[in-house]
Design a protein around this ligand. Sequence first.
Ligand SMILES: Nc1nc2c(ncn2[C@@H]2O[C@H](COP(=O)(O)OP(=O)(O)OP(=O)(O)O)[C@@H](O)[C@H]2O)c(=O)[nH]1
Ligand SMILES: [Zn+2]
Length: 205
Amino acid sequence: MPFASVQKVADADFPTRWGHFRILGFEGLTLPGDPSRKAVESAVALVMGDIHAAPPLVRIHSQCLTGDVFHSLRCDCHDQLHLALGKITEEGSGILLYEQQEGRGIGLMAKLRAYELQDQGLDTIEANEQLGFEADCRHFELPAEILKYLKVPAVRLMTNNPEKIAAMEAGGVKVVERVSAAIPSEPTFARYLETKRERMGHLIV
Ligand SMILES: Nc1nc2c(ncn2[C@@H]2O[C@H](COP(=O)(O)OP(=O)(O)OP(=O)(O)O)[C@@H](O)[C@H]2O)c(=O)[nH]1
Ligand SMILES: [Zn+2]
């Protein structure tokens, strides 16, 4: 694993409009030597109900300030976050892992610059590349380590991204089922979804 250690730094009660969770904070201390990794990576886990009776519903949500907080209609992130919290609450159990890899790992300011380039006609991949980044700079080892810390060896993963499924399997967490995270398209993010489907292999029909 790319971490020297992964530890839980907080565990508190967390009532929400969706339902009653616990909120857990995790930090992974990365091994030195990889300049693409921060020294400390952190993530939040919202945990509801009994997560050990059967493979729980798990959503790994990458931070999107613009979508999650402001409900941007440039992307489907806000709706996906709400879909996941709603489904976990409906089932009465599950885990939402919220990891701080804003803008597919390029950071908020770079993502806003990528927006500018998209306004000039580039798609999300071309914009990242023009700014000198890879199409997707994210790593998903921390979510896998958190699931193992929580003694969850198998999950029903809510995602359309095959990379996340592969990352869980590579990290030692079995994905027994993929649960769709598909959101009905809107004109403002139709191209965003099309790029994910056509160029990033996302499982969106
Ligand atoms: N670089 C960049 N990142 C974006 C843009 N719009 C949203 N994001 C980021 O994209 C990430 C979400 O990734 P997505 O590709 O939408 O979905 P995913 O998490 O890979 O896959 P799902 O599990 O199916 O949702 C978040 O970190 C967002 O901040 C954009 O225009 N450019
Ligand atoms: Zn978004």
